[in-house]
Design a protein around this ligand. Structure first.
Ligand SMILES: Nc1nc2c(ncn2[C@@H]2O[C@H](COP(=O)(O)OP(=O)(O)OP(=O)(O)O)[C@@H](O)[C@H]2O)c(=O)[nH]1
Ligand SMILES: [Mg+2]
Length: 351
C-alpha cells in the first residue's frame, strides 16, 4: 500500500491560509452598508470553505481504519497508534464542523444588520471562535503532520500479493537468498520499527507477482529476546505471510549451533502455526553434513530453481498460478480498471 497524504498544516497555517484568502475578497454594491454586508458574507464563506476543504482532505487521505488490511492496521498501531490516530481524526472533524457552522451562521447574520460596526462585530466574533476551534485541535493537527510523514515513508508492501518471508538466525544467508530469487534488485528499506534494513524483493510465479521479505529484527531470534514492538511486528507479519522459508546454516559459520537453529525453527513454527513452512539448508557449497532437508547455496545459485518450484507449489492452493492471462495483468496492477464482470481467474484475488 502506498500512502500518499498531502502535507498537513497546523492550526496557525490553516488559519493564515483561510483568513489571508478571505482578506482579498470584496464585493461591490450600491451603498456602503450593503457593500460591507456582502463583503463580510463572502469573506466568512471563504474561510468556511477553505477550512472545510483543507481538513476534509486530511480526513479523506488518511487511511480508513475500519477497512484497512490487518497488516497495515498492526503496523500503523506500532508506528503511530490507532487510538491516537482515531482521536486526532475525530478532533479535526469536530473543529471543521464547529467552524463551518459558526461561519455560515455569521454569514447569514451579517445580512440582517444595518450598522457597519455591527457587521464588523459579528464577523470578528465568528473569526475569533474559528481561531479558537482550530487552535483547540492544534495538537491533533501536529500529531497528524507527524503521522503523515511516517505513513508516507512506509515500505510499499502489498497485502494482496502472495508473500513469502525468509526466517532464520543472523548470517544464515537470508538477504543473499532474497536477492538471488528476486527479479530485479530487492528494495532495501528500514521499517520504522526495526533498526535493521529489510529487503523486499519480488518474483513472478507465472504472471503473478509475489513478494519476498527478509525479516531481520523479527524472525531471527527467540521470542524472549524480542522487545514489545518486535513482537507486534511479528504479529503484523503473521497476517501478511503465506509462506515462511526457514533457513538453516548447517556449516554453523553464521555463529549459531544447529541445535539453537532447530530450537528457533520449532519456536517460530509454533508461533505462526497457521502459516505454511519450508525448511531449507543453505551454504551447500561449504556443507559436508547429511540431512533430509532440501539444500541450496544462495551464494552460488545452486538448487534455487527447485526451491522456486517448491514455493510455487506451496502457494498454489491459495493462489492458482498458471491460469492468469497476460492481458489480465494490467488489472492486477490496476484493479480499479477491471471490467465490472469479474474474471473467473480473479476470484481468488481479494482486493
Ligand atoms: N558459502 C556461502 N556463503 C553464503 C551463502 N549464502 C550467504 N552466504 C554468506 O553468509 C553471510 C551472511 O549472509 P546474509 O545474506 O547477509 O545473511 P542474513 O541471514 O541476511 O544475515 P542478517 O541480515 O544479519 O540476519 C554473507 O557473507 C554471505 O555472503 C552460501 O550459500 N554459501
Ligand atoms: Mg540480512
Amino acid at each position: 500500500m502506498d500512502f500518499k497524504i498531502s502535507p498537513v498544516m497546523n492550526a496557525e497555517e490553516i488559519l493564515d491560509k483561510a483568513f489571508g484568502r478571505a482578506s482579498k475578497k470584496t464585493k461591490e454594491a450600491k451603498d456602503r452598508v450593503d457593500r460591507k454586508k456582502k463583503t463580510a458574507s463572502v469573506k466568512l464563506n471563504t474561510v468556511a470553505h477553505i477550512i472545510e476543504d483543507t481538513i476534509g482532505r486530511y480526513e479523506d487521505e488518511f487511511p480508513t481504519l475500519d477497512i484497512l488490511p490487518e497488516f497495515y492496521y498492526e503496523i500503523i498501531d506500532i508506528i503511530i497508534g490507532i487510538d491516537d490516530l482515531k482521536r486526532s481524526l475525530g478532533a479535526i472533524n469536530w473543529a471543521k464542523r464547529r467552524a463551518k457552522r459558526t461561519l455560515m451562521e455569521a454569514a447569514r447574520e451579517v445580512v440582517s444588520k444595518e450598522e457597519e460596526d455591527e457587521i464588523e462585530k459579528v464577523m470578528n466574533q465568528a473569526y475569533a471562535r474559528t481561531d479558537s476551534f482550530l487552535k483547540q485541535v492544534n495538537e491533533n493537527l501536529e500529531f497528524l503532520k507527524d503521522a503523515r510523514k511516517k505513513l508516507n515513508s512506509l515500505p510499499d508492501i502489498r497485502p494482496e500479493h502472495p508473500t513469502v518471508a525468509v526466517a532464520g538466525y543472523p548470517n544464515v544467508g537470508k538477504s543473499e537468498l532474497v536477492s538471488q530469487i528476486s527479479s530485479g534488485k530487492p528494495k532495501i528499506d528500514v521499517y520504522p520499527f526495526t533498526t535493521q534494513e529489510v529487503g523486499i524483493g519480488h518474483f513472478f510465479l507465472g504472471y503473478r507477482k509475489c513478494q519476498l521479505l527478509d525479516t531481520p529484527g523479527m524472525l531471527d531470534r527467540p521470542k524472549e529476546e524480542r522487545n514489545e514492538i518486535e513482537m507486534q511486528a511479528v504479529k503484523a507479519l503473521e497476517s501478511l505471510a503465506d509462506l515462511i522459508i526457514f533457513l538453516f546454516d548447517p556449516t554453523e559459520t553464521c555463529g549459531y549451533p544447529m541445535e539453537k537453529q532447530e530450537e528457533l525453527c520449532r519456536e517460530i513454527k509454533d508461533e505462526l502455526s497457521e502459516i505454511k513452512f519450508i525448511e531449507v539448508e543453505n551454504k551447500l557449497d561449504l556443507d559436508r553434513t547429511d540431512s533430509d532437508r532440501f539444500k541450496i547455496s544462495a551464494l552460488e545459485g545452486e538448487n534455487l530453481d527447485e526451491l522456486t518450484e517448491m514455493i510455487k507449489s506451496a502457494l498454489s492452493e491459495k493462489y492458482p498460478m498458471d491460469n492468469i492471462k497476460e492481458e489480465d495483468l494490467k488489472y492486477i496492477k490496476d484493479p480499479e480498471k477491471a471490467p465490472e464482470e469479474p474474471f473467473t481467474d480473479f476470484e481468488d484475488l481479494d482486493y
